[in-house]
Design a binder for this molecule. Structure first.
Ligand code: S3P
Length: 172
């Protein structure tokens, strides 16, 4: 069947992955999965607690375990955590089993969108602007594995969703 492949959204924190994923899932009538929410549900712990009690490598392994299960199915839209691409195995799983879309935004917009949200452990930093710039630089090349990259600075989520759908329908 055409247009069957699952879509995974990657991109830095605050680039709009959850919002856009939910719109895409509605449009395509696909199942919506948010990896952060799924990990919180499975472990019964908040992401920030997992980071503080078990550490970041443990969290990355939880992401891998989850991807291995969910990527077996088609017709899903998956919003991933911003750092999921740090692990080679995760990049390979996503690239092999999904239509991979990267959402981007400038550091200024990311800062504006995330500054009042205390749920992201990596941004609870003395200088969040510097931290955003540092992490963006560190991750830049990993995000380039996407099949499609869309900037979310200016357009509203509905417009971005339609842009992604147009590419998806052509490419998949
Ligand atoms: C992270 C991003 C978060 C969450 C965790 C780590 C990251 O997800 O997975 O706090 O390393 O960029 P969002 O991108 O949905 O905020």
């Amino acid at each position: 069947m055409k247009n069957n492949q699952s879509i995974a959204l990657i991109g830095f924190m605050g680039t709009g992955k959850s919002t856009i994923a939910s719109l895409l899932a509605k449009e395509l009538n696909f199942q919506l999965i948010d990896t952060d929410a799924a990990i919180e549900k499975k472990t019964g712990q908040k992401i920030s607690d997992i980071f503080s009690t078990k550490g970041q490598p443990y969290f990355r392994q939880l992401e891998t375990d989850l991807l291995k299960t969910i990527l077996l199915k088609n017709q899903q839209v998956i919003a991933t955590g911003g750092g999921i691409i740090l692990k080679e195995e995760n990049r390979h799983l996503l690239k092999t089993h999904s239509y991979l879309v990267c959402l981007t935004a400038s550091w200024e917009i990311i800062y504006k969108r995330t500054k009042n949200d205390k749920s992201r452990p990596l941004l609870l930093h003395a200088d969040p602007k510097k931290q955003i710039e540092r992490l963006l630089t560190q991750r830049e090349s990993y995000y380039q594995i996407a099949d499609l990259t869309i900037n979310t600075d200016k357009d509203n989520p509905l417009v971005i969703c339609q842009k992604i759908l147009a590419h998806y329908r052509d490419d998949c």
